[in-house]
Design a protein around this ligand. Structure first.
Ligand code: GLY
Ligand code: MN
Ligand code: MN
Length: 429
């Protein structure tokens, strides 16, 4: 690890120690114990699904695969890390990296699964089994405390922003390999394998299941398969794929036209890139994310009109729900230790700030402030089940042109952006 990243990490831990100390005082507590979580085996088996360490645990210990372990935070005391490290000849027990940050913790290697002894008034957070919960003399998951800790995660330290930047850099190598594989006429599975190889990760380590959609599959928002065979016609590829670095997630989408795509699809990809750039450049402190999302809809309406897909006004395209049929997801979300990070739909004091009724999929409704990291991910899709209800209405939609996009599925372009004091910084190279 570079000296500067280590220094940033030390500052991050010092900041967390102070923030937790303040929260302990304001919530009348002497200690907080954070459980890492653990994977549960498939029913009747000893294999487990993939696992991700609890976010508030990762906030201190940037490893996404720690299980059965505890972190105890008290004022004026080094964080206590109880790391589960059994004598096990079936598996390699979790090993901490040989990095200087480890010495910031008081480390207890535990050969058994333990629950820590907690002094004074204590709170325990994490996904803990009911029997363990009953045995603890502590408040379990007190809602005001968890909300305050979520709020802390909304604002990234310089260390966290450096990690998100590195995750982006690593993911981008994967995106370049995916594009090359598409040019080489690969199948979805081969594109996924090219992505994993170039971004240096195994599939169980990805922060979310990569979306690799060729042709119509590019229009399935969270398409979850990888076809083994290459299609004979290649219209499009959408790759929404990430990478973790020290627990922090990249969440990047790119879309490409294939040799069989119509010209209008290529033009639309260019337009969505420009739309993404315009929206990224609008990111600044004090901006309402809901306003940016609504701006996206008006700019999508302009794109529909400019490409002769809609022959009415931009206002009509928005009011009639036409832009929402072409883009049913939100403009973006908070990004951090979880790809859809916490506290996006709340006021800073924890009161709910739900998505507007017309935009139920929006995951971030807050005023942007320096230190927030968000995705900006406009999209444009041919989704038959959303277009169908519009066909019965007397709307000036150029259906012949719209239907020429059916084989292309859709377009999404997604970057990861920091809100700075003066505006924005785009982390996606
Ligand atoms: N990859 C999921 C998303 O973009 O939100
Ligand atoms: Mn996203
Ligand atoms: Mn994404």
């Amino acid at each position: 690890m570079s000296a500067s990243l280590f220094n940033l990490q030390r500052e991050h831990l010092t900041y967390l120690q102070q923030a937790y100390t303040d929260l302990l005082a304001s919530h009348d507590l002497d200690s907080i114990a954070i459980y890492s979580g653990h994977a549960s085996p498939h029913f009747g088996d000893d294999h487990t699904p993939t696992f991700q360490t609890y976010g508030h645990f990762m906030h201190w210990v940037g490893m996404a695969d720690i299980q059965h372990s505890w972190l105890v935070i008290q004022p004026n005391k080094r964080p206590q890390l109880y790391l589960y490290a059994p004598a096990d000849f079936w598996h390699l027990p979790t090993q901490l990296p040989e990095e200087p940050w480890v010495t910031e913790f008081e480390l207890h290697l535990c050969s058994e699964k333990i629950t820590p002894t907690l002094a004074g008034r204590a709170a325990v957070i994490g996904n803990i089994e009911a029997t363990t919960r009953l045995a603890l003399d502590a408040q379990y998951q007190p809602d005001p405390l968890v909300k305050a800790l979520d709020e802390l995660r909304m604002f990234k330290t310089a260390y966290e922003i450096a990690c998100l930047g590195e995750a982006n850099r690593l993911a981008m190598a994967g995106h370049q390999a995916a594009q090359a594989a598409f040019i080489g006429a690969s199948a979805e599975l081969d594109i996924q394998l090219a992505y994993l190889g170039a971004s240096r990760q195994r599939e169980s380590d990805v922060p979310y299941q990569n979306i690799i959609g060729l042709n119509e599959h590019a229009g399935v928002l969270h398409y979850q398969h990888y076809d083994l065979n290459s299609p004979t016609q290649r219209h499009s590829l959408l790759v929404d794929a990430g990478r973790r670095f020290r627990g922090y997630c990249a969440d990047i989408t790119r879309t490409y036209a294939g040799p069989d795509a119509p010209t209008i699809y290529r033009d639309l990809i260019d337009s969505i890139h420009q739309l993404k750039d315009t929206l990224v450049e609008s990111v600044a402190p004090g901006v309402e994310f809901i306003s940016l999302h609504k701006q996206m809809h008006f700019l999508l309406a302009d794109i529909l009109i400019a490409n002769d897909l809609f022959q009415g006004s931009a206002q009509e395209a928005v009011d009639e729900g036409i832009t929402r049929a072409f883009c049913p997801h939100g403009l973006g979300h908070s990004l951090g230790l979880q790809v859809h990070d916490v506290a996006g739909l709340r006021q800073p004091d924890g009161t709910p700030l739900p998505a507007p009724e017309q935009h139920p999929a929006l995951r971030l409704t807050r005023t942007l402030r320096p230190g927030m990291v968000v995705t900006i991910e406009p999209g444009f899709y041919y989704i038959p089940m959303l277009l169908e209800p519009l066909r019965d209405k007397a709307l000036p939609i150029n259906w012949r042109r719209v239907d020429s996009l059916a084989n292309c599925g859709g377009i999404r372009i997604e970057d990861n952006v920091v809100v700075t004091e003066s505006g924005f910084k785009n982390l996606t190279p």
